[in-house]
Ligand binder design. Structure first.
Ligand code: MLT
Length: 263
């Protein structure tokens, strides 16, 4: 694990392996350690950069609001600081996927391939955005426990819940370790994210869309539809996984990513 001062904030990141660069962007309210299985696997053939996004993990926290655009700019700044000027493969899960869309919108000259795991293209309905802002106020007042309690049942599939209790325990620890101000700022940022749907036809970057068959947050039918609107996208379902396919089914996820990277 390394830290780097990016001017406005300090970023904690992992840098492993050598070769073409792949950047892994975690989901909310998690951190770079969610990619442990992918880092170990991909670092055998690639340089893997896995940052803690602003307000998460061991990176510095910004209070108020952190938009998906800001997080995408943070990633670009990190690449600058690491002198990575070749095009990268960018892989984002859920919130990391929202950041990846913004990276495509604002830094597409840095992008070779996109991997979108368990994520959405639509913006929030008013009701969902209201719920996010309520969570943002509550988490600062009362702490993170209720966030773990409300999110955990939606994150993994019933099968993972039954077969992998240690995974659920790891996720709870990860959520509880996230700074309340970081959670609040990311929720406010996600509530303001734009609708990518009208732009999907323009995303010509080769893309892989991965989705757990039991994902109830970004369901397979929705992700399949996103892939059909993108000119150069492949859709793969990961059997038995919920919203966190890379953690729940690492072997199948790694295989799909590896195949796409080699294609
Ligand atoms: C995530 O896993 O990053 C979240 O489910 C994203 C969201 O709340 O929309």
């Amino acid at each position: 694990m390394k830290t780097i001062d990016l001017g406005e904030w300090t970023c904690s990141y992992l840098d492993a392996g050598a070769g073409e660069t792949i950047v892994l962007l975690h989901g909310f309210p998690l951190n770079k350690s969610m990619w442990t299985f992918q880092i170990d696997h991909l670092a055998q053939s690639h340089r893997v950069i896995a940052p803690d996004l602003r307000g998460h993990g061991e990176s510095a926290v910004s209070e108020g609001i952190v938009t998906m655009r800001q997080m995408a700019d943070d990633v670009s700044r990190l690449l600058d600081a690491l002198n990575i000027d070749c095009r990268v493969r960018l892989c984002g899960l859920s919130m990391g996927g929202y950041v990846a869309w913004e990276f495509w919108r604002n830094h597409s000259n840095r992008l070779a391939k996109l991997i979108l795991c368990d994520t959405r293209a639509v913006s929030d309905t008013d009701e969902i955005a209201r719920g996010r802002r309520m969570m943002a106020s509550q988490v600062v007042d009362t702490g993170v426990d209720f966030v773990a309690d409300s999110m955990l049942p939606k994150l993994v599939s019933p099968k993972s819940c039954e077969d992998q209790p240690e995974l659920v325990a790891t996720l709870r620890r990860m959520i509880l370790a996230t700074d309340p101000q970081g959670i609040a700022a990311a929720q406010r940022g996600m509530a303001e994210r734009i609708d990518m749907t009208p732009m999907l036809h323009d995303v010509t970057t080769p893309a892989l869309l991965l989705c757990g068959t039991d994902d109830i947050i970004s369901p397979p039918a929705e992700m399949s539809k996103i892939s059909q609107s993108m000119p150069n996208a492949l859709f793969v379902e990961i059997q038995g996984a919920g919203h966190l396919a890379p953690m729940e089914q690492p072997l199948a996820t790694n295989e799909a990513i590896q195949r796409f990277l080699a294609s």
